[in-house]
Design a protein around this ligand. Structure first.
Ligand code: FAD
Length: 459
């Protein structure tokens, strides 16, 4: 049986299993990994649709530069298959177990996003198991173009992506890095100006820039990292999967070189910097932590276990420390508002480090459920930590502040983590009228949850 025939059988089987789920239960997609940061109690009547087996790369076409994959294929598997042909997806989200379907439904970004947009913008077609139980193929210009445009930021509330065809681009063997410091209080606005100039020219100091991201350690210490494909390694390549830690290297060296594979996964080994809280960056802890378990999905499982058991909260209580509010968010603001956002963030939230990633939509029409303005340059700001609650402060205080700040600066917030919007605000920010039309067309019976219920109410 060819991979495509095998896929058709698996997709029909998924559809049949979906039809058999009890009608009075809320459907939830079941797969072995997740990168969501909403830890739900699973209370209520849930029916799980196990889609974990739809995780294969079906075909890589090196001539057309496309790959056809099943919806639950991880980027780790897709990258392995495409690098073998000297190709990569246009945008590879940094965490290895993010899936191609998940990055479509929940959005994905990386350091190529200043030239290639969001991860889903290189999807050419998507086969969807819709809420009303059909299997349809949606493209930008067929009868399901509304679904094609509405899947991004729908979080599995219109249907599930069962297979996708994605565009690929050629790679070289190495990526050379240059970490440019922007010190001092004016560093953030200087970095924003540099981002604007680099994104406009596609180069810096006369050298092509293929990848661009940034790391903020404090209000006085910020860096942009410029990546450039190279055929030759100018010096000994680095390896940050061992004792050395990638994000720390940014503060200590101006130039570096990684294999393209290691560059794509540079943030996964230490989950950006979040492995620190689990002891994986302590010299002894790191020696003891087996290399194959230095991965974002392992750390996330440990954090999920802690959230379920409430262990670290109890330990803080025993030690007389204040409880903490998790603040795990990705937001984006227009580049010209970046310095303002960072200044307010440092004084009101105080988490560090912080990740920066410029992004400009590739599609001139934009995407209805995530209303970024086409043609406008934004900077994604990612922060994943916790803030101690002061006396009388309720959990939600700091996440609400971020929502207000983002709104004041004409930005947007991703929905993979906690949100506190009222329904009215949410509908205004995420195009409620367009969503309702899509829901009517693809899930009129409300078999799948509503987007607001799923992303805001279900905490
Ligand atoms: C700490 C942290 C850092 C992050 N950093 C980045 C980052 O730097 N870059 C980036 O790109 N993203 C980042 N993300 C966000 C991540 O890309 C999104 O959460 C993405 O949706 C996760 O995809 P997943 O495959 O793991 O899906 P899951 O976590 O399993 O699911 C996410 C949502 O999408 C739905 N879904 C999953 N698969 C499908 C499908 N096939 N069809 C329809 N709906 C589906 C699920 O129902 C769920 O609502 C980060 C998340 C966290 C927690």
């Amino acid at each position: 049986m060819s991979a495509i025939t095998g896929h058709q059988a698996a997709a029909s089987d998924l559809r049949a299993r979906y039809a058999r789920l009890p009608a009075d239960r809320r459907v939830r997609l079941a797969k072995p990994t997740s990168n969501l940061f909403r830890f739900r109690s699973d209370a209520g009547r849930i029916a799980r649709l196990d889609a974990g087996a739809l995780d294969r790369v079906l075909e890589v076409d090196p001539v057309a530069r496309t790959a056809t994959v099943q919806g639950m294929t991880t980027y780790e598997d897709l990258v392995r298959a495409t690098l073998a042909h000297g190709l990569m997806p246009h945008v590879v989200p940094q965490l290895k177990t993010i899936t191609v379907g998940g990055a479509l439904a929940g959005l994905g970004i990386e350091s190529a996003s200043f030239r290639n947009g969001l991860a889903h913008e290189s999807v050419r077609e998507v086969e969807v198991l819709t809420g009303d139980g059909r299997l349809v193929t949606a493209t930008a210009d067929n009868e399901h173009a509304d679904l094609f445009r509405g899947m991004p930021n729908s979080y599995g509330t219109l249907g599930y992506a069962v297979s996708l065809k994605v565009e690929l681009e050629p790679v070289r063997r190495w990526v050379t890095l240059r970490h440019i410091p922007f010190p001092g209080a004016s560093g953030a606005s200087e970095a924003a100006e540099a981002i604007t100039a680099i994104c406009r020219a596609g180069s810096y100091d006369g050298e092509r820039v293929d990848f661009l991201d940034g790391t903020v350690f404090s209000g006085n210490e910020q860096y942009l990292t410029l990546g450039r494909f190279a055929d030759e390694e100018p010096y000994q390549p680095s390896d940050y999967t061992g004792q050395r830690i990638y994000y720390r290297s940014i503060q200590h060296r101006e130039h570096d070189v990684l294999s393209t594979h290691d560059y794509l996964w540079r943030w996964d080994t230490d989950w950006f910097w979040c492995s620190r809280a689990l002891g994986a960056q302590h010299p002894v802890g790191r020696l003891l932590w087996p290399r194959k378990y230095r991965r974002s999905d392992v750390y996330r499982k440990l954090v999920a276990l802690d959230r379920r058991t409430g262990l670290s909260g109890r330990v803080r209580g025993w030690r007389g420390l204040p409880q903490e509010e998790p603040v795990i968010q990705d937001i984006e603001v227009p580049v010209e508002r970046l310095a303002e956002f960072l200044a307010a963030f440092h004084s009101e939230i105080g988490i560090s480090p912080v990740w920066l990633c410029p992004v400009r939509l590739r599609n001139p029409e934009g995407w209805p459920l995530y209303p970024m303005q086409p043609g406008r340059l934004y900077v994604n700001v990612g922060f994943w930590s916790a803030v101690p609650l002061g006396p009388g402060e309720e959990p939600g205080t700091y996440n609400r502040r971020i929502e207000r700040l983002v709104a004041d600066l004409d930005g947007h917030k991703s929905l993979y983590s906690d949100s506190y919007y009222t329904r009215e605000e949410f509908e205004g920010r995420y195009n409620g009228p367009a969503y309702r039309e899509l829901k009517k067309a693809y899930d009129p019976g409300g078999r799948l949850p509503d987007l607001y219920e799923k992303c805001v109410r279900e905490r």
